[in-house]
Design a protein around this ligand. Structure first.
Ligand SMILES: Nc1ncnc2c1ncn2[C@@H]1O[C@H](COP(=O)(O)OP(=O)(O)O)[C@@H](O)[C@H]1O
Ligand SMILES: [Mg+2]
Length: 273
């Protein structure tokens, strides 16, 4: 269904491994079109639903360097743009990941953007509208982003509270895609591929996860991520008994509440037998 042929953009002679990604809809095409039209992209969705893998996959498909930043509450604009550092008695300017992405015409992916400090939005604004510029006050440079440069940000709306959400003036700059967990069959094949466990053994794990996801918002804060199912399947592939694997890789990461754990274990037993 893809009209474009981004693989032709791969310039190096050596084959580049493209991280496996199973699409849930038209997100691959949308990403390519947004990139072609120079539009920034916002990915929303629960943790472990494939956002980071999707970006890695797209960067490899397009043959572009990827600069990923895991945002945290101390992350400031200078962490993205760069700073003067002392090296052997001299101060030298060192580009941050955003500046490098602009200079190299790559992708800059800011994961969990709502965690970052407010001044991060300020540096993103002139890069995410039609100016596509990055002013570096400290060095006096004004960088123009090349056509292949793109900003991608992600956040998890499940964690949102009133203090932490994107301001409309920021979010209305992005083409946005919502991620959710894959349909059963596709999730089974993803987990099998990622873990090496065969699909017949993976299927009951996905069924456990899907049952537990229905408890989201009641006993557990977040649904079981695909990542956790991959962990459980990897433990089973390594020889761990299925119940132990589910306890360690799915139930324990979900909750600290002893009563809830008992409830989740009962559901697991009902599904796994
Ligand atoms: N659609 C998908 N295609 C391939 N692997 C996936 C997909 N969704 C989830 N995964 C698996 O789950 C793991 C976690 O996904 P990740 O992209 O890190 O989630 P997020 O960034 O949304 O928290 C990946 O490393 C991969 O093993
Ligand atoms: Mg991620």
């Amino acid at each position: 269904m893809n009209a474009v042929e981004p693989l032709s953009l791969l310039s190096s002679a050596a084959p580049v491994a493209i991280p496996a990604y199973t699409a849930s809809g038209h997100e691959v095409f949308l990403f390519e079109m947004a990139w072609e039209r120079r539009l920034p992209l916002l990915l929303k969705g629960p943790t472990g639903s494939g956002k980071t893998r999707f970006v890695a996959h797209m960067a490899a498909r397009l043959g572009l360097p990827l600069f990923t930043v895991a945002c945290h509450d101390d992350l400031s604009a200078a962490d993205l743009t760069g700073r003067h550092l002392l090296k052997g008695g001299e101060t030298v300017w060192v580009d941050g990941p955003l500046t490098r992405a602009v200079r190299e015409g790559g992708l800059c992916y800011l994961d969990e953007i709502v965690e970052a400090r407010k001044d991060v939005a300020v540096v993103l604004h002139p890069l995410t509208d039609d100016r596509r510029i990055l002013p570096l006050e400290r060095t006096g440079e004004l960088l123009s982003a090349p056509a292949s440069f793109m900003v991608i940000v992600s956040y998890n709306p499940g964690y949102q509270n009133l203090l932490k959400s994107l301001k409309p003036s920021t979010r209305q700059r992005f083409v946005s895609i919502t991620f959710d967990f894959l349909p059963r069959d596709r999730e089974i094949s993803v987990v099998a591929r990622e873990s090496g466990l065969d699909e017949a053994a993976v299927a009951p794990l996905v069924d456990v996860a899907r049952r537990l996801r229905t408890l989201k918002g009641q006993d557990i804060e977040e649904g079981v991520s695909t990542r956790l199912i991959v962990y459980a399947a990897s433990l089973i592939a390594a020889g761990v008994a299925p119940h132990d694997a589910v306890t360690a890789a799915i139930i324990e990461p979900l909750t600290d509440d002893p009563e809830v754990k008992v409830g989740l274990a009962e559901i697991t037993r009902a599904v796994l037998g």
